[in-house]
Design a protein. Structure first.
Length: 115
């Protein structure tokens, strides 16, 4: 089993920054991907960014140039650095661990961008 614990959400003004963390524990496979997704009220959950166990990254177009995903393999932790935040970035952000056979979601952390 794999467990994910997210942290770092909160209230920030437009143009501000936040860093989300996702700490994984348990039976983590050497080949896997971790990602950040978000879900705004009344909308479907959508991909924000992905990072493979080898460090390859992919981003949704709406965050390119503003968000950066990274990982610390020694700590089994993935980060999402969010800069130049906009009101439309307001959502619950979820971390996801994926292998060919398993998907595990974190509990989510609220990010609110408002003045």
């Amino acid at each position: 089993q794999v467990q994910l614990v997210e942290s770092g959400g909160g209230l920030v003004q437009p143009g501000g920054s936040l860093r989300l963390s996702c700490a994984a524990s348990g039976s983590i496979k050497s080949i896997h991907a971790m990602g950040w997704y978000r879900q705004a009220p009344g909308k479907e959950r959508e991909l924000v960014a992905l990072i493979s166990s080898g460090g390859t990254t992919n981003y949704a177009d709406f965050v390119k140039g503003r968000f950066a995903i990274s990982r610390d393999n020694a700590k089994n932790t993935v980060y999402l650095q969010m800069n130049s935040l906009k009101s439309e970035d307001t959502a619950v952000y979820y971390c996801k661990y994926s292998t060919f056979l398993l998907n595990v979601w974190g509990q989510g952390t609220q990010v609110t961008v408002s003045s």
